[in-house]
Design a protein around this ligand. Sequence first.
Ligand code: SF4
Length: 221
Amino acid sequence: MEYSEEEFLSIAGLQHFAFCRRQWALAYLEMQWNENLRTAEGHILHENAHDSFSAEKRGDRIISRGMAVFSRRLGVNGVCDIVEFHASPHGVPIFGREGKWLPVPVEYKRGAPKENDADRLQLCCQAMCLEEMLLCGEIPKAYLYYGETARRTAVPLDEALRGKVAAMLSEMHELSRRKYTPRVKPAKSCNACSLKGLCLPKLCRGGSAADYLKKRLEEFS
Ligand code: SF4
């Protein structure tokens, strides 16, 4: 199956979906976004990583910034902070350069490495887009760079991670098609949620407005 461009979802949404399905739906289906320090810092780091598309050669690598990527099979598009092209027999030819070059995405994140898969899923999705777009061999690993540690970490792009990306995107497409925002599931992560002020997890925990009205009417009947 292939998705049309109108159905494409943002790759960046994967990390929000992995964090909380409701947060993703509020931000990407309902187009609500609440800027806070955490997201603002993230934006600044991203802007430094890709002001606009550019490419340069450093040693045995070609560094491309702000490269747009998409996948019809997964139904996603987005922009890679950095794609490094490494000399490799499994790579693809590049106009004006000798040899073959394998694309390796590098994603910039504020803060320290997370325990959950959110960043790895986004990075893996970028790599899957590059494989489909450029018809290159499988990209075995990619990198996450964290602002807090100023170090980058290699992420193996194994079958388990690739399967998780595909399954999650299929669920996102289903929710997007139904325009459905999942209900609140209060969790510890709500404290760090940039949409807490819009989601109001404590208020929503009490049930829907319809349930509230029904209860009040029952009290008076
Ligand atoms: S406040 Fe909690 S339930 Fe609401 S969107 Fe954020 S993480 Fe999800």
